[in-house]
Design a protein around this ligand. Structure first.
Ligand SMILES: C[S@@+](CC[C@H](N)C(=O)[O-])C[C@H]1O[C@@H](n2cnc3c(N)ncnc32)[C@H](O)[C@@H]1O
Length: 303
């Protein structure tokens, strides 16, 4: 049985063309591609790539200045943070949430927009595998080009499950029977109608937005649309820890904010979304509320 795309590049001794992540004695990372006959130069001397070619992962190399570097293949979370960027990437902590909470499964048919630098595309492709389908839409041709290079470098060539269309999702989306739609863009609320048409009943819409105003607008527009169940919204914060002897405490620095996530599931056609049992907070849709459904007799009055 042939291995899934990219899997052979994740194991075995280092080979020409592999990405290598070096860690120096201060924990700093350096990533490069192995080429026969080349030298890797540091401030403290150099070493030949040939020393690593054929060596197992986890080997230690020494420069001519006698500084030791640990050599490992970058993991996908390392790779997406070090690859060339067009737009801001989905951080690994959020990619993990998306894979779990949007229930991305092997063989799934997934639509994604925008592609940006291809970070989320890489996570999605790895999760759906060669027999899934990922159709990604990106409005900027230059970003699509960067993302293609990043994804193909990671998988060692084109991925058989990936199709990339340059253009706005709302003008181009023609896929049907889609299991999951992931939106990482400025205005997800503009895409709800084509997304609802593309999704199977029970399918999941997952949006990743950077600000509270985008979050509110997207959630209200989903409610207003009527083809989805009640959206769930959340964020995650990851705090790394310093663990050394008696000094066991959270690290001083953390990534304070990346974005908010929301999911909603596609209802069957012709079904009225069930009324929410919980009343909205007093004043939530009061006279200061100007979002979707704020007109006379709008959604606010009913809830
Ligand atoms: C934050 S980036 C996406 C990052 C990407 N998910 C990643 O992990 O690398 C947002 C992208 O959405 C694209 N975009 C915004 N609105 C769009 C739309 N309606 N259709 C397609 N692409 C869109 C932008 O050009 C931008 O590249």
């Amino acid at each position: 049985m042939s291995e899934p795309t990219g899997a052979a590049r994740r194991r075995g001794p280092f080979r020409v063309g592999d990405q290598v992540q070096l860690t120096d004695p201060k924990g700093r990372h350096y990533t490069f591609t192995l080429e026969a006959g080349k030298q890797f130069h540091t401030h403290k001397g150099a070493f030949p790539h040939d020393e690593l070619i054929g060596a197992p992962e986890g080997s230690v190399v020494r420069t001519t200045g006698n500084v030791a570097y640990l050599a490992l293949r970058p993991l996908l979370p390392d790779y997406v943070l070090s690859m060339p960027r067009g737009a801001a990437v989905v951080y690994p902590k959020d990619a993990g949430q998306i894979l779990a909470m949007a229930d991305i499964f092997a063989g799934a048919r997934v639509v994604e927009a925008g592609v940006g630098s291809g970070s989320l595309s890489s996570f999605l492709l790895r999760a759906i595998g060669d027999h899934g389908m990922l159709h990604s839409y990106e409005r900027r041709a230059d970003f699509a080009e960067i993302a293609t290079q990043n994804v193909e470098r990671y998988f060692g060539g084109p991925h058989p499950a990936w199709q990339l269309t340059v253009g706005d999702l709302q003008d181009n989306l023609s896929d049907t029977d889609v299991d999951r739609v992931i939106l990482d863009m400025l205005a997800p609320w503009e895409c709800l109608e084509p997304v609802a048409k593309a999704l199977v009943p029970g399918g999941i819409l997952c949006a990743y937005v950077a600000t509270t105003t985008q979050l509110a607008r997207t959630v209200e527009a989903i409610r207003e649309h009527g083809s989805f169940n009640e959206p769930a919204a959340w964020e995650t914060m990851v705090r790394t820890w310093h663990v050394e002897g008696l000094a066991v405490r959270p690290d001083h620095r953390m990534i304070g904010h990346t974005g908010f996530l929301l999911t909603a599931r596609r209802l069957a056609d012709g079904v009225e979304p069930p009324l929410r049992r919980r009343r909205p907070a007093k004043g939530a849709y009061g006279e200061d509320y100007t979002g979707p459904g704020s007109g006379s007799g709008g959604a606010g009055a009913d809830r």
